[in-house]
Design a protein around this ligand. Sequence first.
Ligand code: SAH
Ligand code: SF4
Ligand code: F3S
Length: 466
Amino acid sequence: MKHTPVYVSQEEMMQQERAIEQILLLPNKPNSFHIVTYGCQMNAHDSEKLAGILLKMGMTEADDRKHADIVLFNTCCIRDNAERRALGNVNWLRQLRKQKPNLLIGVCGCMVQQPEMAQRILKQYKFIDLAFGTHNLHCLPEMMLSLLTNEKRVVDVIDQENLIAEGVPIKRLHSYHAYTTIMYGCDNYCSYCIVPYVRGRERSRLMSDVLKEAEGLAASGVQEIMLLGQNVNSYGNSSENGDTFPKLLAELDQIGIPRIRFMTSHPKDLSDDLIDVMAGSKHICNHFHLPIQSGNNEILRRMNRRYTREDYLDKVQKLRKAMPNVGITTDFIVSFPGETEEQFQDTCSLVREVGFDSAFTFIYSPRPGTKAAEMDGMIPPEESSRRIGELLLEVERSSARVYDQMIGKDEYVLVDGFAKRDPTMVAGKGTRSITVKFKGTADDIGKIIPVRITSAAATVLQGERI
Ligand code: SAH
Ligand code: SF4
Ligand code: F3S
């Protein structure tokens, strides 16, 4: 379905700039901020934008919430526990405010964007000073100005679901790795999922805007770019101009950033064109995160995923034929309403059949407003724990098989930092997205280093610099 995205006007972005100028002149403006981020990469990247805006207001970033004048929680609501964790931590800040009466408390992101949440915050969470959802992040300057000058709470959640704001400042977490959103929102309405309700309609940035950003990143020495979207394969579907994901990738491959990654891909939209572009590219990493959710066709149908187990296996086969060295990772949900033992076993057998590098496994969590939340057949928690335990064992066995096959091979590792519990070792991801550690120093961080794999543990490979 096509929805025309609405670009936030230059005039409105200028208005935000003017709000920042006014804030800079305020005597009572906060001096420091701290952002706590929950959820997925999309949220992590939104937090980079929030930080970019707050830095422009002349604040510094505090390393701890205790040392900040404003603490902002960028929340997630994908599962009930994500939401409870966020609310629990926000409540904890209420205690901190007893010691620091001037502390400002803000919440934003997916949890806040849920229907009724703004009302709940207004009535039940009176200590929250600032709340906004996912659609008006770019208006943070105006919201802050209003908060600081009117001394009233600001709760501003908007329903306009098709906005794209270009030119928001970004404070990137790393100098060598960068996130770039290529599309926002999701129209797939998987029956269990809240994302379409809190991230709005699917809309894609213009290819020219993405390429301009990537060129800037290449010039600043970025080693890896991660293209973000809930369903990157359908990039361009919302535009009339013929932009497609394979076209975008082919253009990005020419820019010269050493590594290109993307997530997440929906199996139903994985095209032969995309496989061809990946296989023929110089810089696109040999890794595919391809969430399947379940190995049973009836469950997939009720999840509204619009592919079958056979379709998925067929795509995996095509990927491997074109790129024999490709690593495939996935997401699973166990205990979808009414899932029988036999249907669950189909998921376990799928792990054996595909041979995933790794997988994220989740217990189904009903989300208010979604179709699945109305379905009968909730699986009791003890049974869900057993299922997820059994699935995890399958995934671990699968990883171990893949990792063993990597011994003796060479990998290019983008070093992220020191290895856990060993300061003589550094660690980072190979192109296949598996963590590799080897002897190294702080000098290696942010560089891509060739390593020969010598051994494998449960979640990490070990190697020697070549
Ligand atoms: N757009 C991505 C996924 C985004 S959410 C995709 O379609 O693959 C990340 C993962 O969270 C999903 O793949 C799914 O496995 C899990 N998830 C989403 N909603 C859930 C729910 N209600 N309960 C449990 N897990 C859920
Ligand atoms: Fe959720 Fe499905 Fe959209 Fe992924 S594709 S964000 S699981 S609705
Ligand atoms: Fe959570 Fe929102 Fe991401 S619900 S998983 S932070 S899109």
